[in-house]
Design a protein around this ligand. Structure first.
Ligand code: UD1
Ligand code: CA
Length: 480
């Protein structure tokens, strides 16, 4: 059996992207869970390359730092001055001598491209036995892009840049996507012949097609099935259009896989998140980062989940969650805030206006209302009353609170960590608990209540309160 020819991906990412008007380089702008470059690298990974070379230049330190963290398999190569796309690829090949096989060139700012489309380009390239194949697309507005010039037989004769094109050529709507497959050896030879004799004084990679074709090597065109996959972006308005296109594509794919999205135009799911069939997402939700949502879970409306795990059949309503694990059949919200390290057991409950951080709730435990739970372990079936505060911070250090199984903490309690409430213990409402409460005990720290008889009649005569008290006579509740 013959070995498959090697594949090298070269990603062009040295340009500045001035029109983004951002301190962040264009290729590092975020788009639904990844940077623009991150999306392109995900394609490179999916098509099984033997090596990936990324040409960096503008803010090379920042882009290189991103690569080291997000794609350590990719090799950055520095193009110190951006003298054109041909120059960029030449520098990439100089860094990989002895290269043979196929070179795939991708653009760091074309994030909607799918691996399937690159596979189709490679298949066309191999079928034609071509020296070079360009991915083209038919677009409504080709302004600014290179045009595909075909000969009388419909074969590629060359690619002309907007700035070098005649009015007739500018009327052509078939454009160069900037995505190509090349024979590595022939590409290297042709790059050595590039000139800068053009409107921009740059080395144009596109001139390789004219050079190779002129030498009698076959050059080919693969027309993209979906033109929008080839869209790049130059400013934030264009980036926002790509974001909508990607959102719709991601949402369509999840709906086709069995997820119910109730209002897809208001649901934003990162490319990195996953949902199981029969999960439901209501209006106005963001499902971000490495979030996973299991079957029959109901998310939203108005919920943001970041790096959150949602178990089967859980319900999360009007909630902001980051770094939390929500167990099967647990319920959260409305109006709650889950922070990193929150782990909610099966059928546990976080109700309205609760903030939780680094807190574990056992199976069936409940924190129904208006509570801060920081650095705590709450046992199964325990119940935390409304307005309870887990006071975890002494101004210098954080401390842990443990509430035992089936313990009952009355409303408006402060649990001053470190402290432990034993299994089955009770805490009286309104207590400030700094000492442990052993299993089965009642902890209470309230002062005794004292009622002063006739105080309102003496001190607030003539008020509506005094009148109401007078009407009530001595029908008021008995004092203990
Ligand atoms: C290029 C093509 C054009 C095509 C268009 C598609 C050439 C000469 N023209 O246009 O036919 O329609 O892409 O978007 O190739 N880059 C570098 N180093 C450089 C120059 C560019 O790394 O010296 C990178 C950019 O960061 C970007 C990509 O190459 O990722 C394309 O560059 P850009 O300037 O956007 O494209 P054009 O050269 O205008
Ligand atoms: Ca340019």
């Amino acid at each position: 059996m013959s070995q498959a020819p090697s594949r090298t991906v070269v990603v062009l990412a040295a340009g500045e992207g001035k029109r983004m008007k951002s301190a962040t380089p264009k290729v590092l702008q975020p788009l639904l869970g990844r940077t623009l470059l991150g999306h392109v690298l995900a394609v490179a990974q999916a098509i099984k390359t033997d090596r990936t070379v990324v040409v960096v230049g503008h803010k090379a330190d920042q882009v290189g730092g991103f690569l080291a963290g997000a794609a350590p398999e990719a090799t950055p190569v520095l193009q110190a001055e951006q003298n054109g796309t041909g120059h960029a690829v030449r520098i990439a090949l100089d860094a990989t001598p002895e290269l043979s096989g196929t070179v795939v060139v991708l653009s760091g700012d074309v994030p909607l491209l799918r691996a399937e489309t690159v596979e189709a380009l490679l298949a066309a390239h191999e079928r034609a036995g071509a020296a070079a194949t360009v991915l083209s697309a038919e677009v409504d507005d080709p302004t600014g892009l290179g045009r595909i010039i075909r000969d009388a037989d419909g074969n590629l004769s060359r690619i002309v840049e907007q700035k070098d094109a005649t009015p007739e050529q500018r009327a052509i709507r078939e454009i160069n996507s900037g995505i190509y497959a090349f024979d590595a050896v022939l590409l290297r030879e042709a790059l050595g012949k590039l000139s800068t004799d053009n409107a921009q004084g740059e080395e144009y990679l596109t001139d390789v097609f004219g050079i190779l074709g002129g030498q009698g090597h076959p050059v080919a065109i693969e027309v993209a099935e979906f033109a929008y996959e080839t869209y790049g972006c130059n400013d934030r308005a264009e980036l926002s259009r790509l974001r909508v296109l990607m959102r719709d594509r991601i949402n369509d794919a999840w709906m086709r896989s069995g997820v119910l999205l109730l209002d897809p135009a208001t649901i934003w799911i990162d490319a990195t998140a996953t949902l199981e069939p029969d999960a439901v997402v209501d209006q106005n939700c963001q499902i971000r980062g490495n979030t996973t949502v299991a079957r029959d879970a109901v998310i939203g409306p108005d919920t943001t989940l970041i790096d959150t795990t949602v178990g089967e059949g859980a319900a999360v309503l009007r909630t902001h969650s980051i770094g939390a694990q929500i167990g099967p059949a647990a319920t959260v919200g409305p109006f709650s805030y889950l922070r990193p390290g929150t782990r909610l057991g099966r059928k546990s409950k976080i109700g309205g206006f609760v903030e939780a951080k680094n807190a574990e709730l056992g199976e069936g435990a409940k924190v129904p209302h208006l509570t801060y739970v920081g650095d705590a372990t709450i046992g199964a079936k325990a119940n935390i009353g409304a307005g309870t505060i887990f006071a975890n911070y002494d101004g210098v250090n954080k401390h842990h609170t443990t509430v035992g199984e089936a313990a009952f903490v009355g409303s408006d309690t402060v649990l001053i960590a470190p402290v432990e409430i034993g299994p089955g213990a009770y805490v009286a409402a309104g207590s400030a608990i700094a000492k442990g409460v052993p299993a089965g005990n009642l902890g209470v720290t309230r002062a005794q209540q004292r009622n002063i008889e006739g105080w309102v009649a003496r001190k607030r005569p003539g008020t509506v309160s005094a009148e109401a008290a007078e009407r009530a006579g001595d029908s008021t509740p008995d004092q203990e």
